[in-house]
Design a protein around this ligand. Structure first.
Ligand code: PMP
Length: 327
């Protein structure tokens, strides 16, 4: 019989799928690594289980413990699955700009969700970072993974996503592109791939309203770069420890609108019903590909999550029109 003892054992080994339509006129091969095939429907399952297992090994997380995290939803889903497998409770703090679907999904898998205001600075006591930290102090036997600064996040991709892509492309990958939130996906995967091929380029996709691109180009943390934006899961107003700027060669910013429209094209034209940040990743990566790729280049783009979480937003025509994204 072939079966997993728990669904968390099905994390990883996601497929690479060639993009055929949205890549028209582009030289080389563009492959999408479709992370919604993970059991929690996102790339974040990989690091969630790894953060828990590393904490158990280090004795930080003990039986009967409570996991507390600030999460835009996908990390929460991964943590909730791992917590079920291992018998922990979960409490998640989440900014109120996140889709209702994500909050409902987390509650459905048994987590408690605390909703916090989006438009406050990270050091404000009401921010989702601060509330998570406070709960961690108040609740005995609780563990705050802190996905931003916890290097188990990068390690999950260095040991998982990177080797998978190298093997799946027979070592032919020449460009790796991914959106940057905590930075774990791009830096763990990118570091591994660059060790195999030092000429490989790593392209980070960023949002307008985020500090990453300017910081990479100037070394300046510019608060003027920070303003609210709508894309979920990428761009930050902090510099997480998981972002290693030496691994990322270049950042490209993508607007909320361009990302939303590209996600809709991926769903309609490529059969890939993906989330908003997948639209950012493909839109930005193709901009790079148009300028730099030649026939022999192979680009791999991470598509982080599934479209169901955005049904009320980018897959809702009324919502799209109200945003001014559709005529
Ligand atoms: N897209 C989505 C939908 C996400 O939830 C995340 C995680 N924040 C990312 C992209 C970025 O991944 P990472 O945190 O590894 O940089």
């Amino acid at each position: 019989m072939q079966y997993y003892n728990h669904v968390t054992e099905a994390i990883g080994n996601t497929p690479l799928v060639k993009l055929n339509k949205v890549t028209e006129g582009i030289k080389g091969t563009i492959l999408a690594k479709v992370e919604y095939f993970n059991p929690g429907n996102s790339v974040k399952d990989r690091m969630a289980i790894r953060m828990i297992e590393d904490a158990e090994k280090a004795g930080i997380l003990k039986p009967g413990g409570t996991i507390i995290e600030g999460t835009s939803g996908n990390t929460g889903m991964g943590l909730a699955l791992a917590a079920q497998a291992k018998g922990y409770k979960c409490i998640f703090t989440m900014p109120d700009k996140q889709s209702k679907e994500k909050m409902d999904i987390l509650r459905a898998v048994g987590a408690e969700v605390v909703v916090t205001p989006t438009n406050v600075t990270p050091d404000d006591p009401r921010s989702y970072y601060s509330v998570a930290r406070q709960l961690n102090q108040d609740i005995p036997n609780s563990f705050y993974p802190n996905q931003y600064d916890n290097l188990s996040n990068t390690a999950a991709h260095y040991e998982g996503t990177g080797p998978e892509i190298w093997k799946q492309t027979d070592g032919k990958v020449t460009v790796f592109a991914a959106g940057v939130g905590t930075g774990g996906t791009i830096c763990g995967t990118g570091k591994y791939l660059k060790e195999q091929n030092p000429n490989l380029k790593v392209i980070g996709l960023d949002t307008y309203g985020s500090v990453f691109k300017k910081y990479k180009e100037t070394g300046i943390f510019d608060e003027n770069e920070i303003y609210s934006y709508a894309t979920e899961g990428i761009g930050e107003d902090i510099l997480p420890k998981n972002v290693d700027f030496d691994v990322i060669d270049q950042f490209i910013k993508v607007t909320d609108k361009d990302a939303a429209l590209m996600a809709r094209r991926l769903s309609k034209e490529e059969g890939l019903f993906v989330g908003w940040s997948s639209g950012s990743a493909v839109y930005g990566a193709l901009e790079y590909a148009r300028q730099h790729m030649t026939e022999n280049d192979v680009m791999v783009i991470i598509l982080p999550d599934h479209g169901t979480r955005y049904l009320g937003k980018i897959y809702n025509d009324e919502w799209m029109k109200n945003q001014g994204y559709l005529d």
